[in-house]
Design a protein around this ligand. Structure first.
Ligand code: 13P
Length: 248
C-alpha cells in the first residue's frame, strides 16, 4: 500500500546546460506509471523554476532546504512560503550534510519539518548515523532521537517521507547491505508503532539513501521495509532511470 518513492538529490551540482540535459534524458525515459512510483527531483534552489517548467508532468520537484520559520530578515535563506508560492510541493530537510557541515541540530530540524508541513509542503526528512556511531552500537539511539525530534512537533504524517541515510554510505560507494538497510528500516517502523501509532507505522514510507546505483537498487528495493530511495550522485546520471524502474 506504500507507493514506491524515488528522490533525486542533486545537492550543489549543475549548470543550466547540464540541468536541461538531465531533464531531457528523464523526459524521454520510459518508466513505470505514477500509480506505481512517485519520482521527485531536487535541484539547487536557483534551478527549481527551470526544472519545474521543463520536467515531465508525472515527476515532481523538491527544494533541498528551507528556513525554519516565516521569512523576513534572514539573509541568504529561502522560506517555506516562497516554495509554496512557486508551486514547489516538496522539501528535503535534515540532510546529514546540513546536520554535520552546518550544525543543524535535531531540534532545529524538527522545527523546520513542523513549519514546512504547517505551510503545506511535503517533507523528505533525513535521519542516519555516522560510522563512529554505528561502530559504537548507537545506530538506533541516534536514529530514534532524530525521529523523535520530528515526531514530537508534528500533528500528522501523511505528508512525510522518512529517508534513512547512513552517513558512512553517502558519497562513499559503500552502500548499506540490503540486510543492514532492512534492519534499520524495521527498527524505525517499530519506533513509529510504539511512539506514534500503528497506522503511521504502516503507512509512512521509509526510503534508503547512500551510494544507491543502477546495480544495487534492485536487491535493496526487494526488502519489505525499503519503500524507495533518496539518490545523490547517481541521480545526475542516466542510471537514475534504472533506479526508478526498480519500483517494479
Ligand atoms: P549518494 O547517492 O551520492 O551516496 O548520496 C546520497 C544522499 O545523500 C542523498 O540525499
Amino acid at each position: 500500500a506504500r507507493k514506491f518513492f524515488v528522490g533525486g538529490n542533486w545537492k550543489c551540482n549543475g549548470t543550466v546546460e547540464e540541468v536541461k540535459k538531465i531533464v531531457t534524458t528523464l523526459s524521454e525515459a520510459e518508466v513505470p506509471s505514477e500509480d506505481v512510483v512517485e519520482v521527485v527531483i531536487s535541484p539547487p534552489f536557483v534551478f527549481l523554476p527551470l526544472v519545474k517548467t521543463l520536467l515531465r508532468p508525472d515527476f515532481s520537484v523538491a527544494a533541498q532546504n528551507c528556513w525554519v520559520r516565516k521569512g523576513g530578515a534572514f539573509t541568504g535563506e529561502v522560506s517555506a512560503e516562497m516554495l509554496v508560492n512557486l508551486g514547489i510541493p516538496w522539501v528535503i530537510l535534515g540532510h546529514s550534510e546540513r546536520r554535520l557541515l552546518l550544525n543543524e541540530s535535531n531540534d532545529f530540524v524538527g522545527d523546520k519539518v513542523a513549519y514546512a508541513l504547517s505551510q503545506g509542503l511535503k517533507v523528505i526528512a533525513c535521519v542516519g548515523e555516522t560510522l563512529e556511531q554505528r561502530e559504537s552500537g548507537a545506530t538506533m539511539a541516534v536514529v530514534a532521537a532524530q525521529t523523535k525530534a520530528i515526531a514530537e512537533r508534528i500533528p500528522h504524517w501523511p505528508n512525510i517521507v522518512l529517508a534513512y541515510e547512513p552517513v558512512w554510505a553517502i558519497g562513499t560507494g559503500k552502500v548499506a547491505t540490503p540486510t543492514q538497510a532492512q534492519e534499520v528500516h524495521t527498527e524505525i517502523r517499530k519506533w513509529l508503532h510504539v511512539n506514534v501509532s500503528a497506522e503511521v507505522a504502516a503507512s509512512t514510507r521509509i526510503i534508503y539513501g547512500g551510494s544507491v546505483n543502477g546495480a544495487n537498487c534492485k536487491e535493496l528495493a526487494a526488502q519489505p521495509d525499503v519503500d524507495g530511495f533518496l539518490v545523490g550522485g547517481a541521480s545526475l546520471k542516466p542510471e537514475f532511470i534504472d533506479i526508478i524502474k526498480s519500483a517494479t
